[in-house]
Design a protein around this ligand. Structure first.
Ligand SMILES: [Fe+2]
Ligand SMILES: [Fe+2]
Length: 290
């Protein structure tokens, strides 16, 4: 599926141009997929499969993350004066909330205990949106590989993976939208505010990288009870779904899946580069046995 709105024809897109803004909003609205979490047909699982599902440590973290992201994104729509881009951010907020609803539907269907977190209220519309967006750039990249791994290992029944397939593709759309929005946003600022915006983005990226490095250093080591080992769970969950896979192999899968999922969208939109570049570097540096 390639989505190229008919009214946008130029091959080269100047960041911040009216054409970039239209494509940014339009691609997001045109690729919306309609589904209702509460009407999902959940596959019948054996007792063993249900136990395996319940034993995964990250359900609570997943529900909490979607709660923070959905409320942050929904609030961030107020940052935009352009109606099309604002509508796209509102739609993303709706989709994040739908992810939370899907998780609630799954956990209640298979009786996995999770607590509903209190509604998250962002403190700063812009900083919180940037923090959530850069976080998603990391989380989604690892989730793509994790999903492919789960299919290969047979850890989840394919019917269950199919239910979550739209979520995976939505996360690809979200990070594609986000990286283009950051560039668009920066281009709209007066020149004297652009340096501060770059600094804000850089400081958030450093925090997100530091958090993943901290998580990666604990991988494979026993965690004390209640130590928050499910933080950054898309980075660590491959240990749960396919125990003996190497980080090298996981990164290769993440890169291939990222490429495949992004290929569905208009080539004139800028692709997320930071996380795939880090992953490519690690693939080069790490021995295949790690
Ligand atoms: Fe999400
Ligand atoms: Fe998302």
């Amino acid at each position: 599926m390639s989505v190229v709105p008919a009214n946008i024809e130029s091959d080269v897109l100047a960041i911040g141009s009216a054409e970039h803004r239209r494509l940014l909003g339009q691609f997001f609205l045109d690729t919306f997929v309609d589904y209702v979490p509460e009407q999902m047909q959940w596959p019948a699982l054996s007792d063993e499969e249900i136990q395996r599902l319940r034993s995964l440590p990250f359900w609570q973290e997943a529900v909490s993350t979607e709660n923070v992201t959905s409320n942050t994104v929904a609030a961030a729509a107020a940052l935009e004066s352009d109606p099309l881009v604002r509508k796209a951010i509102e739609l993303q907020g709706f989709e994040e909330m739908r992810h939370a609803r899907l998780l609630v539907a799954l956990t209640s269907h298979y009786r996995i205990p999770v607590e509903s977190p209190p509604r998250f209220t962002p403190r700063s519309l812009e900083s919180d949106f940037l923090f959530a967006g850069f976080g998603e750039c990391f989380d989604s990249f690892f989730a793509f590989g994790l999903w492919a791994l789960a299919r290969q290992s047979g850890f989840f029944t394919p019917a269950l993976l199919d239910v979550f397939e739209p979520v995976m593709q939505e996360e690809a759309r979200h990070i594609l939208f986000f990286v283009n929005w950051v560039k668009y946003r920066r281009s709209q600022l007066p020149w004297w505010r652009r340096a501060a915006f770059r600094l804000l983005c850089a400081s958030i990226i450093v925090k997100q990288v530091a958090s993943r490095v901290k998580t990666a250093r604990t991988m494979g080591k026993p965690q004390p009870a209640g130590a928050g080992s499910s933080e950054n769970f898309t980075l660590t969950a491959h240990q749960d779904v396919a125990g003996d896979v190497t980080l090298h192999r996981l990164l290769e899968l993440c890169l291939a899946e990222n490429e495949r999922r992004m290929a569905e969208y208009d080539a004139r939109l800028r692709r997320p580069r930071l996380v795939p570049s880090i992953a490519r570097l690690l693939v080069k540096l790490l021995p295949a046995s790690v």
